[in-house]
Design a binder for this molecule. Structure first.
Ligand SMILES: Nc1ncnc2c1ncn2[C@@H]1O[C@H](COP(=O)(O)OP(=O)(O)OP(=O)(O)O)[C@@H](O)[C@H]1O
Ligand SMILES: [Mg+2]
Length: 327
């Protein structure tokens, strides 16, 4: 990935995550093997927030979980390509080394805070458990995620908190091991709209103040545009466009990115009606030949019968469209 306009610090520092040529094959029981992630390169610098967007079924969760080593064994996943997390190459590491790196250096935040929290344990104790012997850090961690630091609060159980507070406790747990990387898969979808922005702003601040690299998975392009330095747009298992957020949103160079933006309601242009993208993400079992977005694309030409590569599209961007200059 490329760094943001304001990300001068991250431009030179070594990335906290570097993924090259990632390909994930899953073989769910009773189904044919399919490839939900293919040919993915991804780079996250320290302090950088990278947004991963795309419609439902485009492969965001598969990619995020592959990086975090969290693909469900029931899918019988095969992961190819290289994944570096803080300099450790996970592909060639022994399973024990890989687990150690992922356990100490990477935190994963799920969509539903209840998936993380033990309903029968006080929240202070849950954070303390992850923080280990530095138990006195609980107060500091609660403060850094904007939660009350009183003893009364720490003694509460998860059910005594609102959804937004629960997700903050989850983020406090995620920070407790001082990770270099946080992967958050739709961390705010389960929350009220007003709380969503608070939690995303918190992640943004933590990236900056603690130099954590964050992969923020979302299908909400508006949220991505506000909180991410750079964006990777995913379609049918591939990254179709990536680069600095501001540049991509100002002048998208892939018809899919353009279509995603057209489907947004723009508060600054309320007279413009959002346009839904016709059709749907192709089934992995039966992808269209050539460009995978071709059947839904209004810019299609004869050259699209050959599948595009991710090519340099100027200003630090890459596009998987042969015709990006005509957009
Ligand atoms: N449990 C599963 N069994 C079989 N195929 C699956 C399974 N989970 C995902 N897939 C396949 O992998 C593809 C990518 O799924 P993934 O969950 O990564 O999409 P996503 O972009 O995260 O979507 P969403 O926005 O809905 O979370 C799906 O289109 C589906 O074909
Ligand atoms: Mg998902």
């Amino acid at each position: 990935m490329n760094t943001a306009d304001g990300g001068a610090v991250t431009a030179s520092a070594p990335p906290v995550v570097e993924v090259r040529g990632l390909r994930v094959t899953i073989s769910p029981r009773g189904g044919r093997p399919v490839v939900p992630v293919q040919d993915v390169d991804l780079r996250i610098g320290p302090g950088e927030v990278v947004g991963l967007v795309g419609e439902s079924g485009s492969g965001k969760t598969m990619l995020a979980r592959a990086v975090a080593g969290l693909l469900a064994p029931g899918l019988r996943p095969r992961v190819e390509g290289s994944i570096h997390v803080l300099g450790h190459e996970l592909g060639s590491a022994s399973p024990a080394e890989r687990r150690a790196t992922l356990r100490t250096d990477l935190s994963y935040v799920f969509q539903d805070p209840n998936a993380h929290l033990n309903p029968t344990m006080r929240i202070g104790d849950q954070v303390a458990e992850v923080a280990g012997p530095h138990g006195n850090r609980v107060e500091e961690l609660f403060r850094s995620v904007g939660l009350p630091t009183t003893a009364e609060f720490a003694r509460r159980y998860p059910h005594q908190l609102s959804g937004g507070m629960k997700q903050r406790v989850v983020i406090a747990c995620a920070l407790a091991k001082d990770p270099g990387v946080i992967i958050a898969d739709e961390p705010t979808t389960a929350l009220d709209v007003t709380i969503q922005a608070q939690v995303l702003r918190l992640l943004r601040e933590l990236a900056t103040t603690r130099e954590v690299g964050i992969l923020l998975v979302s299908h909400d392009l508006a949220a991505i545009s506000q909180f991410c330095d750079s964006v990777a747009v995913m379609y049918s298992g591939r990254i179709v466009e990536d680069g600095p957020t501001a540049a991509i949103l100002r002048t998208p160079r892939h018809p899919y990115t353009k279509a995603l933006m057209g489907a947004l309601f723009d508060i600054h242009a309320p007279e413009r009606r959002p346009v839904a993208i016709p059709g749907s993400v192709p089934a992995l079992e039966d992808p269209p030949p050539g460009c995978r977005f071709g059947p839904r694309c209004g810019h299609r030409t004869a050259s699209c019968e050959q599948e595009p590569e991710l090519i340099d599209a100027g200003s630090g961007r890459r596009s998987r469209c042969w015709n990006w200059e005509q957009l």
